[in-house]
Design a protein around this ligand. Structure first.
Ligand SMILES: [Zn+2]
Ligand SMILES: [Zn+2]
Length: 205
């Protein structure tokens, strides 16, 4: 399983292309990105799904465009499905992002698997930043959305957020192997072990 990252839009939201054996899943297309399309073409990848770690506008802004370009289905956790079509939840107006409302074809739950080529990633439901936030875990990788960042965590003061749920989600992530490579929704990648030692939100759990 391989992963490539693209920082998109004014908030530098990380869009990840996860790929194996000619198939790719695109996580959080935060903008219309020709660079992502060029990468897919260069590598000869066919997109089997577009997945949103959660429904905030900076993670979903490129959904409609990318679905049209790739013909892939859109997946999001069932508890964030309403975010896709509700500006009061995805918060596009606050950051001047005009999100085209797009329904998901697949509603995810904890424990579901996203198959990519000969491998797969497991859906971990990690609410707190939003009700239906997820992380994707497998092959030593954790795509952590806005739940866990290098040395920080996602905000818990936005509509639908829940500080206690976020702490429970972080406790769950803290049990994964420390060598797990973490790919957050914003900022640089890290490892879980590094965060367990240095991230104040994890050391204080
Ligand atoms: Zn967010
Ligand atoms: Zn974000």
């Amino acid at each position: 399983m391989q992963i490539e990252s693209f920082a998109l839009n004014a908030l530098s939201t990380n869009c990840y292309v996860v790929y194996d054996s000619g198939e790719a899943v695109i996580v959080d297309p935060g903008d219309q990105s020709q660079a992502v399309l060029d990468f897919l073409e260069d590598k000869g990848l066919s997109v089997v799904a577009v997945v949103n770690t959660h429904g905030h506008s900076d993670h979903i802004h490129g959904n409609a465009w990318l679905l049209e370009k790739t013909g892939a289905p859109l997946a999001i956790h069932e508890d964030d499905a309403a975010f896709l079509v509700d500006p009061a939840l995805h918060l596009g107006p606050q950051i001047r992002m005009d999100v085209v409302p797009t329904e998901a074809q697949r509603l995810l739950r904890d424990g579901d698997r996203i198959v990519i080529g000969s491998g797969s990633l497991e859906v971990l439901h990690t609410p707190g930043h939003t009700p239906g936030g997820i992380c994707l875990y497998g092959h030593g990788l954790l795509i952590s959305g806005d739940t866990l960042f290098k040395r920080s965590v996602g905000r818990w003061d936005l509509p639908g957020a829940d500080e206690r749920a976020l702490q429970d989600s972080l406790r769950r992530l803290a049990k994964l192997p420390p060598e797990t490579k973490v790919f957050p929704g914003h900022g640089p990648s890290t490892t879980l072990g590094e965060e367990l030692e240095s991230n104040p939100f994890l050391t204080s759990l």
